[in-house]
Each structure stands twice: as structure tokens, then as C-alpha cells.
Write a new protein. Structure first.
Length: 273
């Protein structure tokens, strides 16, 4: 306790402010004009709120095209990530495989690799395969990069589900794959939602690979497209902020929609029972 205020409450407020303040600031900036933004001292609330920046954001760049590209890439990589990570997590959690601890260590080690160290070998590989300037050039790397954390999340969650449920299903005639799809996956829905959101957000926000692998404007994703709003001598921050708000909305809506499953996955995944 700190003067009658629980420390957990103070910590929650700090996390909330740290997470919400940048988004609120970007939204308020998107409602200002360039003159008001340059005014000193800084004004936090827009004196004359305007939506003209959103009109310019869609007019000056093909923002809808960028949104569609990001949605295609993030959705495809999320589906591939969930498919592979479910199989990998099930094997690690349920099967007696050799060098299991070594496999866990390798997964954790891979997840710590700095992205910039993988840029050159990935670029050379994709160029040799003729995959540059395609959706696949981003879907495959994003899938690989999201696999470690999604696998670890699902392993923890699968280990929290009693093995007797699968054994009973297999005694009744289910194959191991049938027990996985009919028994484990429905029970693991919160864990799947958590892993899926993590994979989707990682793909949606990624910038370096999207900039390096796709130079064709037809395949630009939102993070790369937003950088094109800046001019040679000026940064139209209100328009950039409007584009950022447009990019935040889909992810926010997705997280709100799956909020209950995410919270259940984060809590139940850590319970062994």
C-alpha cells in the first residue's frame, strides 16, 4: 500500500496511460490543422476539430490499397502460423519426442534473433526463388517470425488441458488427429485467439521486411505506405496521424472482438491442471 492506494492500482494506471496516451495523442493530432500543430505553446485539444486530414489521407495516397495489402498479408500469415504452431505445440506438449528440451531452447533462441540480422539472407533467398514483390515474400517470413512465440503460447495452453480427455476420445475410436481437432482445439480456443492476435499484430505492424521485399506499389503494406506521406521538405503530421488512426482501427476492433478469449488464453494458458 502507498498512502492507502494499492500498488497494483498504481501499476495498472501507469500501464494504461503508457498504452493509451500515444494513441490519444495521434487521434487529437489528426483533428488539427498544420498551423495549429505548429503553434507554441502546445495545445493538447484541437481548437477547431476537422476531418479534412482524413480526406487528404485517402486522396493523397492509395490508403485503401495499403489497408487491403496489410489485411491480406496479416491474415494469410496468421492462418499459416496457427496451422504450423498448433502441430508443433501439440507434438511438444503431448508426444514423447527426443531432445524435447533442446527443441524448446531452439525455439526460444530463434525468437530472440534481431530482425535486421535475418534481412540479407531472407532477401537473397526470396530473390533466388523469384518471390520478391509478391504477397508470399511477406507471408512466409512473417509466418516464420511468429511461429516461436505462438508455439510457446500454445504449448503452455495444451499442457493445461488434462490428457485424459484425448485418451478417452482415442479409446472411443478417435485417431490422434481427430482427438486434436475435436477435443483439444475447441478447448484451446482462447489460446488460439491469443496466438492468432499476436501473429496478426506482428504482421500488421512490421515495417523493415515490407520495405525491403516489396518495392512494387501494388504490394505496399500500410506501414510502408504511411511513410510516403512525408514530403521532401515537410512532414504533414496531421495527415500522417489520420492515416495512423485508420491503421489502428482494424487491430483495435479485432482485439476488442476477441477480448474475452484473449484474457482467458493469457490466464488459463499459465495454469497447469
Amino acid at each position: 500500500m502507498l498512502r492507502g492506494v494499492p500498488l497494483r492500482f498504481i501499476a495498472a494506471v501507469l500501464v494504461l496511460v503508457n498504452g493509451l496516451f500515444p494513441a490519444i495523442w495521434i487521434f487529437l493530432t489528426s483533428l488539427k490543422n498544420q498551423l495549429e500543430l505548429s503553434r507554441t505553446p502546445i495545445t493538447y485539444l484541437p481548437a477547431e476539430p476537422t476531418l479534412v486530414n482524413y480526406i487528404h489521407a485517402f486522396r493523397d495516397q492509395p490508403l485503401l490499397r495499403y489497408l487491403a495489402n496489410s489485411l491480406i498479408v496479416a491474415s494469410a500469415s496468421t492462418l499459416f502460423t496457427l496451422f504450423v504452431s498448433v502441430l508443433a505445440a501439440y507434438a511438444l506438449a503431448r508426444l514423447e519426442i527426443p531432445f524435447r528440451n533442446l527443441a524448446f531452447g531452439a525455439i526460444i533462441a530463434i525468437s530472440t534473433f534481431p530482425l535486421v540480422t535475418l534481412l540479407v539472407p531472407l532477401f537473397q533467398t526470396l530473390r533466388a526463388l523469384g518471390l520478391l514483390n509478391t504477397y508470399v515474400a511477406l507471408v512466409l517470413p512473417y509466418t516464420v517470425l511468429s511461429l516461436p512465440v505462438c508455439t510457446l503460447v500454445l504449448v503452455s495452453f495444451f499442457e493445461g488441458i488434462p490428457p485424459d480427455l484425448e485418451n478417452a476420445a482415442m479409446v472411443d475410436g478417435c485417431t490422434r488427429v481427430g482427438a486434436l481437432t475435436r477435443i483439444l482445439l475447441p478447448l484451446a480456443a482462447p489460446g488460439l485467439a491469443t496466438a492468432g492476435i499476436l501473429a496478426f499484430v506482428n504482421s500488421w505492424d512490421e515495417f523493415l521486411l515490407a520495405l525491403s521485399f516489396n518495392s512494387n506499389p501494388a504490394y505496399r503494406t500500410l506501414p510502408v505506405g504511411i511513410t510516403l506521406y512525408q514530403g521532401e521538405f515537410a512532414f504533414p503530421w496531421p495527415e500522417i496521424s489520420a492515416a495512423l488512426v485508420v491503421g489502428i482501427v482494424p487491430v483495435t476492433a479485432l482485439i476488442i472482438f476477441f477480448q474475452q478469449q484473449i484474457l482467458s488464453g493469457l490466464t488459463a494458458g499459465g495454469v497447469k491442471g
